[in-house]
Design a protein around this ligand. Sequence first.
Ligand SMILES: Cc1cc2nc3c(=O)[nH]c(=O)nc-3n(C[C@H](O)[C@H](O)[C@H](O)COP(=O)(O)OP(=O)(O)OC[C@H]3O[C@@H](n4cnc5c(N)ncnc54)[C@H](O)[C@@H]3O)c2cc1C
Length: 479
Amino acid sequence: MSNTIIVWFRNDLRIRDNEALYRAVQDAQTVIPVYCIDPRQFAKTPFGFTKTGPFRAQFLLQCLHDLRYSLQDLGADLVVKTGKPEEIIFALAKYHKAKAVYCHQEATDEEYRVEDALINHLDTIDVPLEMFWGSTLYHYDDLTALLPIENLPDVFTQFRQFAETRLQVRPTYPVPPPITLPPNVQTGSIPALQELGLTPPTPDARAVMPFTGGETAALLRLKYYLWEKDLLKSYEETRNRLIGGDYSSKLSAWLALGCISPRTIYEEVQRYEQERVKNKSTYWLIFELLWRDYFRFVAVKYGNHLFKPGGLKQLPPNTTYQPALFERWAKGQTGIPFIDANMRELNATGFMSNRGRQNAASFLVKDMKQNWQAGAAWFEHLLIDYDVCSNYGNWNYIAGIGNDPRQDRYFNVLSQTAKYDAKGEFVKLWCPELRKLPSGRIHEPYLLQPPEQRYVGVVLGVQYPHPCIDITHWRATGK
Ligand SMILES: Cc1cc2nc3c(=O)[nH]c(=O)nc-3n(C[C@H](O)[C@H](O)[C@H](O)COP(=O)(O)OP(=O)(O)OC[C@H]3O[C@@H](n4cnc5c(N)ncnc54)[C@H](O)[C@@H]3O)c2cc1C
């Protein structure tokens, strides 16, 4: 057996604070870093669209290029192969007579199944798969040493209080020292988006910001948000806005693919608190990272219930799936401008604000009475920052089958717009056909009488759709 360890990169596409990589470099003379582009991630869902759409795929490919450059700087390279990880990693381990495979652990079923299949293959050649936990702020082992996962509170606040008082954030791992590749390693090329069967998205000037994949861009974004523009100090006041890059950190996509770790962000926020200001906003960014942690731990606790129609609460399903109606929501043609604006933003850019996601998800489930799983799958297809635990956890929460302690929480679109888009600026940005509507009608074009419709150039059913729900009942009851 050689003194080689394979590092299997998954959603940890970074060299800083990467325990699997760091330890491999300590434990072996030669290290082979590998990423597998798994065709199953590009397959169609039962709803007829692919799991991964062009925005995230493009971001992923950029991440791989950046990781390859970083590893080359360390004297190594990134092996990139298309195929099932359980087969590719096994074949590499066998060929290079690796003594172990190291990787980061995931938290949900599809990933577990790949891990199990790989373990089974590796067992035949006596090679262990060693897994590390590196995706959350608080370490899984630190949490479960005090609180077995089955006792994880079902209410976020209880978890947060426990974490804040009983747990410590572990320090980050440094960039590893130079890495030596064994001889005869075929690195392979990183495919173009078209080779994955996807068309490159057209950039949209209305996007909150351009997202470029990779650790380099992630660190630049952190620097911009904290140090260059000093935006963190007012995060708590701005975070519910809808337009532009500066209202929130926009770190989610880099976190989702592991280009940056939550611990790295935490350390930088601590430094900011020491050198600039410590206030409610600096606390709140970490508070949001705790939500991210929580959904990951919830996924471990509940396993596949996260994906089932009745969700974590295992309730009987109370929605239907009507493809034509779902399509109106997905394409931003519901006739409710705030929902349409958010969905069009998602379709055109791969991003939607947190406020938008809450409203769009609530509207689909509570107002249109449509299957939440279809909505979650559409988000999975389009979001650059798609993260299985955050996406399905939030959808469970909004659909009332997850971790929301409030029974029947409901986002009333009209009161939400009064609060967050009072002048209709966001709607006008994404629904340009409504631009001429006065502010009293911008969120309710269906109230325009036919002469007014002609005056503002919006005839319902022609330039803009009729509402897809019973509007009289909706306005009267808020549902
Ligand atoms: C229906 C629905 C689906 C969602 N799907 C995803 C998803 O697939 N991936 C994802 O990263 N987030 C998801 N979110 C959470 C949230 O909307 C995004 O994390 C956030 O909008 C990203 O923007 P930001 O990085 O500027 O966030 P910021 O406001 O700057 O927050 C900082 C970080 O905290 C974390 N965070 C913030 N809010 C949440 C939350 N509610 N749940 C979990 N983590 C949070 C994110 O990692 C985020 O980057 C979803 C929310 C809803 C309501």
